[in-house]
Design a protein around this ligand. Sequence first.
Ligand SMILES: C[S@@+](CC[C@H](N)C(=O)[O-])C[C@H]1O[C@@H](n2cnc3c(N)ncnc32)[C@H](O)[C@@H]1O
Length: 329
Amino acid sequence: MCVESTGPIAMTQNKFQTCLLSLVWLATFVFVTSGGELVARTQAVAEKQAAGEAKQATKESAVQEEVDKKEKSDDSDDILDLIREQSAEKDGEPKIPKGVDVYMGRRVAKTMHYLGAEWLIRNTRERQERCSLMLANLGLKPGMTVCDMGCGNGFYSLPIAKMLGNHGLVVGVDVQPEMLGFLRERAEKEGIDNIVPILGSYHHPRLPPGTIDLVLMVDVYHEFSHPEQMLAAIRKSLKPDGLVVLVEYREEDPKVPIKPLHKMSKAQVNKELAANGFKLAKEFDNLPWQHMMFFGIDGEKDLEEKAMEEKETGSAKESESQPDSNNNK
Ligand SMILES: C[S@@+](CC[C@H](N)C(=O)[O-])C[C@H]1O[C@@H](n2cnc3c(N)ncnc32)[C@H](O)[C@@H]1O
């Protein structure tokens, strides 16, 4: 309800009301503007602080990255340098010598073509071959250097790289550049950066000597067209206590649904590896389709070879120092 005032008292009352109203407006204005300024200032301070913190966080994560990189490089840079040196194309490198069709009584299988690479990463593989059981029994330890020989598209290289951690290294060797391309793609997609792909040659894996803890060959050895040269190079690449692990489909078992040419018996594997300076260290027999056989370096072979060399040089020296019987007449 509005009551209308009249007369001088009413006039003074009106002035007083106007004055009061103006004062209220002024106070509100001052409060709002200074309050706004306060909010703006607080915001600016908060933003500055946030920016500072972000900068600090970026700095810290950059430092952490550097530390990680450094730790990683301390462990594996030497090996990486050797690998790069070894795998670099060399001028005048001898052409691939002729391979064998049959080795120690076994027919050698042809190399699996890269167009079939999808089969290697099929969904049913784990159920059929118990791949995770195989990996769990490899004896991998963080920080190891492992060669996945005949790595294909990296079905095993990727999980092994994860198992070895930042300080470990997987050297993935294959003779088909397309396979290595698939390996690179798959590793990149999963953000894995401790795999070094190497394009090997059929008779030479281009590995630096004395650097590898474990060479894994899953469904690969039976394809080697140059088994002796490959085994000799692999043997040289191992650290003194290094191991070679062969995983091959069991020839002895007709229920394993793989073509006979792509299977191997234990006896055959043993015969071929022993002839090339390896001795059986242990076996894991619980895979559904495959043998899993671990071989170490057989030092006896080195001793025998050394003795043979010494005998040869000794007899050569002896015949040099023997007076010519004709001159003696
Ligand atoms: C049947 S695939 C197995 C791939 C992989 N190990 C796996 O289990 O998924 C055989 C692979 O061995 C490779 N290979 C054959 N001979 C080789 C050699 N002398 N050196 C390196 N890799 C070879 C082939 O190119 C092919 O990618």
